[in-house]
Design a protein around this ligand. Sequence first.
Ligand code: PLP
Length: 374
Amino acid sequence: MTPPCREWVNASIRRIEMERTRCAETHLLKVELPSMPGLTLYLKDETTHLTGSLKHRLARSLFLYALCNGRIGPNSTVVEASSGSTAVSEAYFARLLGLRFVAVMPRTTTAEKQAEIVANGGEVHLVDEPGEIYAAAIRIADETGGCYLDQFTFAERAVDWRVDNIAQSIFHQMSEEEHRVPTWVVCGAGTGGTAATIGRYIRYRGLTTRLCLADPVESVYHRHMADRNVRTWRGRSVIEGIGRPQVEASFVADLIERTIAVPDAASIAAARVMSRFIGRSCGGSTGTNLWASLLIMQEMAAAGERGALVTILCDSGERYRSTLFEDTWLAKRKLSCAPYQRQLEAMLAVPDVSSDPARPEPIQAPPPRARVGG
Ligand SMILES: *Cc1c(COP(=O)(O)O)cnc(C)c1O
């Protein structure tokens, strides 16, 4: 590729910086759990980004990184391998710069996300196996003379881990709270970029906070944490955005101090129950985060500890309306959430709202909600 025109690159970087300045930071929601006094759960609500997920931050950083490395010019086709959320955000930034964008995704990616990519002016290229996305993206970039953004390699280095990132925002937003340094931050790993940023920031600022990885049972990452020689796993999780078939280059294992493997059905139950409980719709990976967070909080409560735990509301359940929130879809895949749902409702002291045919439903007030934001 001939070096892109510097004037165009400069103008494009300016456009992205202007976009950043127009955007607000995302909220940190405070959730009090009546069953666990002395402990507070905080949710970093990334759904309020313009493109609906934490990937808005990553997409912005990846475009800036590629521009500053001379990898994108005015005629570049931009290509990405994605399970969906990254592609939605990248389609938005490609349109901001007037570039063609192609997302390579597994065929199982929800129709909702595919529609959002198209709505943002992107093109969708589907492959049959999740492991095929990388090679297909490289091929399309080669054929078009375009730029493969490659989130799985560049996420950890395109994002600045010292300033201006999700970790700095979280710890700033915690600074007036009763427990201003959380005992734990819990997050999942897709690229691993978010975990790397938070883990590095914690060390950089000398904080005592510990980082826990919440990982789907069918993902390679928790296996890799137990045995660093394991680098691939042929599992199938229905939780999009996290869990991978291979350890990605952006995953920094040494920053993670604990790992909790979460069954998909538990993640889905947590996404459903917590969506009702906090009154904000949560996607599947948020359910994974919440299940792991509640396990840790139960341990803390049992040990008589007080403190705060922060986790991430990665994207909205609206993106999974036709899948994780659809009973027939779950039944077809033999995913039984009911036992986990009952466990969660007991944990949260929420009355069981699932209908019991033996007992006529009384007319119910809306299910109690957590006090959020108080
Ligand atoms: C990407 C993603 C994650 C994980 O974030 P990484 O920084 O890539 O590890 C979690 N949830 C959703 C919905 C995502 O799209």
